[in-house]
Design a binder for this molecule. Structure first.
Ligand code: CA
Length: 240
């Protein structure tokens, strides 16, 4: 038997944290609990990696969004499932922009959280396995970029690059719809899974991120083009 997958639960409500720990342990996971962002940072600095982090948004010292952002900026891409008391789409978007992989609103069903965590672990195990033996096909090359969608591998000018899950999903959607003008609302629905969400600024933020990653000059994009009044168009062969 291999070691059990280790989870980090970051939650300051002691009752809830203890309940989550117990239930995850019953599922066969090893669990560490941090009651503050500071404790979480200390645990995360240890070499033994976590399979997934369950991260509450409301913490006494630093909010979960900021903690998640710091984690990603430091190069740690452990899957993060965020917990929040508010169901506002704004919060969901903030979480995803901070680099979270999934999002659950309190009060949630325990089964639902277990299922989300299982799915994150499965997905990252699958990605790790695939990256060893990348099959042919499902690849995209444009400009200086090489993307292997199966292996979840991205490189630009030979340098490998890590995309957040949402950046990756957006890139894949552009790739699947290359050459077609795609509206912001369509992107919100198809990539963010948000319906009737009025604010499309988050789409622009993420296209800006892709440009920063892939365009030689982000201000003069050749591949991720703005189409005035309509949305965006991805042109693998480059424009102009
Ligand atoms: Ca809390």
């Amino acid at each position: 038997m291999s070691d059990p997958a280790r989870l980090l639960v970051v939650e300051d409500e002691a009752h809830l944290a203890a309940g989550l720990k117990l239930n995850f342990e019953l599922e066969g996971y090893a669990v560490d609990v941090a009651a503050t962002a500071r404790d979480a940072a200390r645990l995360l600095a240890r070499p033994n990696g976590y399979a997934t982090i369950v991260l509450d948004v409301m913490l006494p010292d630093l909010d979960g969004f900021a903690l998640c952002r710091r984690l990603r900026e430091s190069g740690n891409y452990t899957p993060v499932v965020m917990l929040t008391a508010r169901s506002a789409a704004e919060d969901r978007i903030r979480g995803l922009e901070a680099g979270a992989d999934d999002y659950l609103v309190k009060p949630f069903q325990l089964d639902e959280l277990l299922a989300r965590v299982r799915s994150q672990i499965r997905r990252s195990q699958w990605e790790r396995k695939r990256s060893g033996t990348a099959p042919l096909g499902n690849r995209l090359t444009f400009g200086q970029a090489h993307i292997d969608f199966s292996a979840h591998e991205v490189s630009v000018a030979g340098e490998s690059l890590h995309l957040t899950r949402l950046e990756f999903d957006l890139l894949r959607y552009f790739a699947d719809n290359a050459g077609r003008v795609i509206g912001r609302k369509e992107l919100l629905e198809q990539v963010w899974k948000l319906r009737n969400y009025p604010n499309t600024r988050t789409v622009d933020n993420f296209v800006a991120r892709l440009r920063k990653h892939f365009e030689i000059e982000a201000a003069r994009p050749l591949h991720f083009l703005s189409v005035r009044g309509s949305g965006y168009k991805f042109v693998p062969e480059g424009s102009g």
